[in-house]
Each structure stands twice: as C-alpha cells, then as structure tokens.
Design a protein around this ligand. Sequence first.
Ligand SMILES: C[S@@+](CC[C@H](N)C(=O)[O-])C[C@H]1O[C@@H](n2cnc3c(N)ncnc32)[C@H](O)[C@@H]1O
Length: 296
Amino acid sequence: MAVRKDTIFERFLSPIIRSFIDEKKLREFYESMDWEAEGDRFRRPDLSYPHYYSSQNFHGIEGGYLNPGASVSYDPITQYVLPPNETWVRQGLIDSIKGTPRRILDLGCGTGSTTLMLKQAFPQAQVTGLDFSPYMLVMADHKANKAGLDLQWRHGNAEETGFPDASFDVVTASLLFHETPPTVSKSILQECFRLLTPGGAVLILDGNQKTIRQVEWLTEVFEEPYIKDYAAGSVDAWMGAVGFEAVQTKDLFLIHQVTHGMKPIPAEGYSARVQQVPTSTTLDDFGSEGIPAPAF
Ligand SMILES: C[S@@+](CC[C@H](N)C(=O)[O-])C[C@H]1O[C@@H](n2cnc3c(N)ncnc32)[C@H](O)[C@@H]1O
C-alpha cells in the first residue's frame, strides 16, 4: 500500500487518522485474501480503462483503485473524512429519493457503503452497484454478505454500462464526480438519462462545488487529480444540459451537496406504452423497451 507524502492529508491528517486505525488488523485482512482470484469473480476482461482512471494515483495510493490495497484502506479512512458523520452524509442522498423504486443502480459504488444503505432503505428494490475496480467490488460483496443483504455487483464503466435503456427507476453516484474529469461526469449523466425510466431520478452526492471553489486549500487536502475541475463546474448545469428536469442541489453541512434531477415523462403516447410493458423481476427480463414508469 505505497503512498505519496506531499498532500495536507499525508503530512498532517494521516498521522492522526492512523492513530485511530488498527493497521495490523487491516494488513491481516489484506493478506488473508487472494485478491486476484477474488477479483476474477467480478472481472470482465473485455473492459478497458481510460487514461484518466488508470494513469493516476487517487488519495496517494499508487495505481489508484486498481491497487487492491485501496479497497482495504478506503472505508477506515472515509469514515473520518466525511464530517459531521459518514452515515449522515450518505443518508442525505437516500432521503432525496421519493417513492418506492423497483430498480436502483449505484454508479462508482466503490466498497458499497451507499449501495448497502440503498438496499436497507428500499428492501423490495433490486439494487446493483457498478464499479471499474474489481477489488472495490470484492470489498462491497464481502460487506453485503456480512450484512445479509442481497445485492448485485457489476464490473463496468459508468459512462457505458451495457444495461438496456430505461432499466432503472433511480440511478445514484456518491463521491464519484470529484474523481472524474468534467467531460466524463457529463457523459456519465448522459448514460444515467438513457438508463432511467421516464419520471425516474438521478442523485449525485459529492463535495459542495461552491464551497470548494471558495476555500482553495480544500482542493489540496487529498491527492485528487480532478477536484479543481470538478469544483469549477456545476452538476446542476451538467444535468440540465443532458435533459434532466426539476434539477435541484441541496447543501449538506456546507461541504457536501446532493443534486437531484428527473427524467421527463413524455406528454404523448406514454400511458399507452406503460400498459403494454409487463413488470419484470430481473434485469435479464428487460427487452429493449426497458421498464415502465416508477411508482412515484
Ligand atoms: C471515491 S470512490 C467512491 C466510492 C463510493 N461510491 C462511496 O461513496 O464511497 C470513487 C469510485 O468510483 C470508481 N470509478 C471511477 N470512475 C469510474 C467509472 N468511469 N466507472 C465506474 N466506476 C468508476 C472508482 O473505482 C472508485 O471505486
């Protein structure tokens, strides 16, 4: 788990956080797993990684999320860097979901912290987490099994998921956009639009762009190669540009934000189509038409 030493996090915060973390236990867990074999349970060999993802260190970890060590250290550190409280921040996204979605997709799910909370909040829904890193999916699956939750995991690219059109009522992404160049974030939102049923919702939880813009040193805390570009942009505007309606950003504890958008319901011909499409129970049942509008 090699790390660089030149960020505010590595110089000041990491020594404090390390004193709270049981590094011996983490190392034992890391060494107890055959990461390549476990990763192979999820790995899709046809997937190729774009330069922005495979060429950068994230949080000072060499190789970023393609280093299995990142999946072991992610949760113990994240709990200390989402004030006032990690669960409260993630709950801000869950609370913005209205109604009872039947299918939820969590993009860039990482170790599945938000994905598990989505399943706990909507136990009747089929919840899928998608991530580029097979090792993050290994951790996510491990956590789901421990919690006794039935979730689906998919090794994939959030820009091009391969799922059929209109196959989800809700698509979420937490803490993803500050790690992707804005062109990629916009293309992910385009994919969200394609994946959603009419009336379905997209929810993006991440750092508060206004605050990060105003407090320059926040961009220097972690080794985050794209955070300045993220802060200079506007998730609101990106959502509007791909066609989402009712776009709204809610501040959370000043340093986080949740942005909500709805895929518009076409005025004509929609109710007729809804009646023709049966409600299916698994993603494999979808035809090219996807599923009808969500129950909200
Ligand atoms: C900061 S982590 C956030 C993880 C999780 N959503 C959370 O809230 O803790 C960002 C995650 O996004 C994944 N990621 C980045 N770009 C991606 C892409 N284009 N497609 C899928 N996953 C991506 C990374 O592998 C990493 O697991």
